[in-house]
Each structure stands twice: as C-alpha cells, then as structure tokens.
Design a protein around this ligand. Structure first.
Ligand code: MG
Length: 392
C-alpha cells in the first residue's frame, strides 16, 4: 500500500505551550498528549515519541506484542524520569501508535488520543477512549454525544508514565485502497464533533489539506487545547507518497524562548485546562461581586451568590457542594456549605484533589451533584486507584 501523509500540530488558542508530540514517519505513526504541570507534560509526550522512534526497527505489524512492549518501554522511561525529578512528578502522556505493514495496520493505544478510519465516506472511531466517560459510554450509561460534552470528559483512566505498569490496548485493521486514517489528540476530538471531522476528512483531497483544515476547525471552535492530527491515505502501490516524513517532539526547553503563537507543538495537561478555566471564571465572578458590593447592590450581590455553585472541600476534608463562591471579599465569606458528601478528598488522585481544593465552579445544584457523583466514581475507579497511589 502506498501511504500519503499529512500532519499538523498547533498550540491552540488558549494554552501557552504545546505539549503534544507526534511522529509521522511511514510506516510508524503516533500522537502523544502529555499531562503534568509546567514542562512535565512536554517531557512525557516527547519521551514517548523518542522511545518509539528509537525502537522503530524492533516493532512489527505482524507481531502485535512488539507494539505493547514498546509502549511499556515508553511507560517505564517516563515513569523513571518522573521518579528522578520532583518537577516531573506525576507526569504522564497518552499515546496512540499506528504501524502499517502491507495491508495491515496495528494500532496500540493508552489514553484518549484517538484513531479514526474514513472508509467509503463513513467515519468510525477505532480506539476506545481510556476515560471515565469512555467507560460510561461502553457500559451504555452515556451516549457518545453526551460524553463529548461531559464536564469530566478529559479525565483519563490510563496514561503512560504514571505507574510502573500500564495496560495497552492493541487492535489490528485490514486496510483497503482509498482508506484514510486519522490519529488525533483530544484537542481536536473535544472541540469538534465527529460529524464535522468526517465532513472535513471527506471534503479535502490531499491529506495535508485535511490536516490543516481540521486544525483550523478546532481553533475556530475555540482551540481550548493543543491540537495534533496525523492523516494517512492508503493508496495503490507501495512506498510513501509525496508528503515527507515529519515529527514533532514537545519542546521542553525554557519557555522564555518559546513563541506562544508558534505553529509548533508540545502536549496536554488533562488537569490543567479545567483549573485554568476555573480561575478565569472565578476572577470574573469576584470582580462582579466586588462591584456590586461597592455600589451598595447587596440584593444583586446576594442574587449572584445564590446562583453560583461550586464543588469544594469541607472543613473535615470531604467533598462538598457550596452555594456562592470560594473567595472572601472584604472580609465577607461568600460561600455556604449546601451539601456534604461522604467522599474523602484524599481518596481522589492527586491532580483532581488540587482541582477540588481550588473549587470547581458549576452552574446549578444538579450539576454540582453530578460532579460529585463523577468524583465518587473516579475515586472508586481501580485504574485511578492505582494512579492515586503515592509514588516514590
Ligand atoms: Mg489534549
């Protein structure tokens, strides 16, 4: 099969850094979306891609176990780096790897970077997200549509580098001429619906044009996360088509030299996006309430507080629902505890603890209860239970 490649990574419109990494070097293709504070996510995704590139001649599409081994090696490399440097503690990355040999594609993945197949104009998602909501979809408790808009959709249940062992999913696919494969980070799939992904893929002839168009669409929809796409066309004949091999390794260097608008990539921070959104929104709410208080508009301020909710931590360390906002303004306590759950904060994985401590803003009591239910599920999740174990 002749492969023609298009690839693009972009920082998006909200993040300061791109923590995605990818490789598009036929027959090896992969997208990795790192997580962790500051440089950690970049290091995690870059390490995954480096391990894959170095092991390229040791993996074979006729030996699915070789793909599992290379992802386990990447897991170990990231885990060891994280253990040896406090700044990298807790980092991890997704990785979706596609290896093509003849008409067979072997796909191995951990996390929520997806592989899709466009065949005869129809798009199918090949990989199952290793996310909390992905599991709820596979159990029939959520529709894919609901999952795509779920507030907890970015919580992944598996990643490379967070534990000394990792489960890798592998599947194989028989390719046909005319197939178009897409590998992408969630900066694409969480920003635009699969219908739109399908329309863009079907509407562009050249894979690079499709890749560029997908990134543009994700940015037009808000670009809330780093966006990485690799598009592979399967054609008649053998070898690689016109597109050159390409890769991007997240830049883990000093931020001062990084142009945030640069069209180059780094990775994801699953836990960072919600926290940042939390802060931006809180600042707006606090400023609004200060203005209302200064203007003597206590009734209006009261109204605003009565209609603000967040999920936070009670005095005895349990997850609780608060009416109001977390901050104090001029000595006024602006929140009152509405409901306290039985969930102890320390049962949550570390990154989620930080988020709850910062306060997760929600629009209603119902949404607050749903968020608490999600947190309870997360705490009970065996994968996260493992992740939440202290690593030393
Ligand atoms: Mg991402």
């Amino acid at each position: 099969m002749k492969l023609t490649i298009g690839a693009k990574t972009d920082v998006g419109r909200v993040r300061e850094a791109n923590e995605d990494s990818f490789v598009a070097d036929a027959p090896l293709f992969a997208v990795a979306d790192g997580m962790g504070g500051h440089i950690a996510g970049d290091v995690a995704s870059a390490t995954a891609v480096e391990v894959l590139q170095k092991a390229a001649d040791q993996i074979s599409a006729s030996d699915p176990d070789s793909l599992v081994r290379v992802l386990q090696d990447a897991n170990e490399a990231i885990f060891d780096k994280a253990a040896s440097d406090p700044k990298l503690h807790g980092m991890g990355t997704t990785c979706t790897l596609v290896l093509i040999d003849g008409s067979t594609a072997q796909i191995a993945h951990v996390g929520d970077s997806r592989a899709y197949l466009l065949r005869n104009g129809e798009l199918s998602q090949i990989t199952e997200d290793h996310t909390l909501v992905g599991r709820m979809v596979s159990e029939g408790r959520l529709s894919r549509e609901e999952a795509d808009h779920h507030p907890q959709r970015s919580i992944i249940t598996r990643a490379l580098g967070v534990d000394s062992n990792v489960d890798v999913d592998v599947l194989s696919l028989e390719l046909a001429e005319g197939d178009r494969l897409l590998i992408c980070s969630d900066g694409l799939s969480s920003m635009i619906a699969s219908d739109e992904i399908s329309a863009v893929l079907a509407g562009e002839d050249a894979p690079q044009a499709a890749a560029d168009h997908l990134v543009d669409s994700a940015n037009a929809a808000g670009g809330e996360d780093n966006i990485t796409v690799v598009v592979i066309d399967v054609g008649e004949g053998t070898g690689t088509g016109t597109a050159p091999s390409t890769s991007h390794v997240a830049d883990a260097g000093p931020r001062a030299t990084t142009d945030p608008s640069a069209d180059t990539g780094y990775h994801r921070a699953v836990e960072i996006a919600p926290v940042r959104r939390t802060w931006r929104r809180r600042i707006v709410v606090v400023l609004g309430i200060v203005v209302l208080l200064l203007g003597g508009g206590f009734a209006a301020a009261r109204y605003a507080l009565d209609n603000s909710w967040f999920v936070g931590v009670s005095d005895d360390g349990r997850v609780a629902i608060y009416k109001g906002i977390r901050d104090e303004v001029a000595g006024f306590n602006l929140a009152e505890e509405a409901e306290t759950s039985s969930l102890e904060l320390e049962r949550l994985p570390e990154f989620k603890r930080d988020e709850v401590e910062a306060g997760i803003p929600v629009d209603s009591l119902d949404e607050a209860r749903a968020t608490v239910a999600d947190l309870e599920e997360l705490a009970a999740d065996p994968d996260f239970g493992t992740e939440a174990k202290p690593k030393s």
